[in-house]
Ligand binder design. Structure first.
Ligand code: FES
Length: 170
C-alpha cells in the first residue's frame, strides 16, 4: 500500500535566515517579539505570498513565541494573506477618505473588469481582489495597492487601465 508523503514543513532558506538576523538587530535582545511583523512579512514572501498555519507555526517556533501570538498578529493585519492570492493582489482601500473620493466606483470598475468580487481570485490565478482599510495614502485618495506598489488619485478609467496593463504583461 502506497503512503502519502506528508507535506514538507516550511523553513527559511539560509539567505532568509540572514535577513531574520538583520531584522532582529533592529530591536533590543529582550524585545525580540517586536520583530514579529517584519519576520511574518518575510515568511509570506518566502512561502508563496501567503501564510499557512504551518508557516505561522514555523515562525512561532523560530522566534520562541506561542503560536497564538503569531495567529493574533497575522489575522489582525490585512497585509498578511491567510489563503493563496493571485499573481497581482489588488487591494482597494474603501476607508473614509477613499470612500468620500469615490472608492465605490473604483471597486465596481475593477470587479467588472476582472469578473470577480472582493475576496475572490480570477480563474487564471492572475488577480486577487481585496477590500482593505486605510493604507495611509489618504491625501491622494482614492487609491489601491497592487503587490508592493501604490496607485493613487484613481478614477474608474485609470484603475481599469492599470489592470489592463498588468493583464497584458501576464
Ligand atoms: S482612506 Fe484610503 S488611504 Fe486612507
Amino acid at each position: 500500500m502506497s503512503e502519502i508523503a506528508p507535506a514538507a514543513k516550511p523553513a527559511f532558506s539560509q539567505e532568509a535566515l540572514k535577513k531574520v538576523e538583520t531584522i532582529y538587530n533592529r530591536y533590543p535582545a529582550d524585545k525580540r517579539q517586536s520583530a514579529l511583523l517584519p519576520v511574518l512579512d518575510l515568511a509570506q514572501r518566502e512561502f508563496g505570498g501567503w501564510l499557512s498555519r504551518a508557516s505561522m507555526d514555523y515562525v512561532a517556533e523560530l522566534m520562541g513565541l506561542a503560536p497564538i501570538r503569531v495567529y493574533e498578529v497575522a489575522t489582525f493585519y490585512t497585509m498578511y494573506n491567510l489563503k493563496p492570492v493571485g499573481k497581482h493582489h489588488v487591494q482597494v482601500c474603501t476607508n473614509i477618505s477613499c470612500w468620500l473620493c469615490g472608492s465605490d466606483g473604483i471597486g465596481e470598475a475593477v470587479k467588472q473588469r476582472l469578473e470577480i468580487e472582493y475576496g475572490q481570485t480570477t480563474e487564471d490565478g492572475n488577480f486577487t481582489l481585496s477590500e482593505v482599510e486605510c493604507l495611509g495614502a489618504c491625501v491622494n485618495a482614492p487609491m489601491f495597492q497592487i503587490n508592493d506598489d501604490y496607485y493613487e488619485n484613481l478614477t474608474p478609467e485609470t484603475a481599469v487601465k492599470i489592470i489592463d496593463e498588468l493583464a497584458n504583461k501576464a
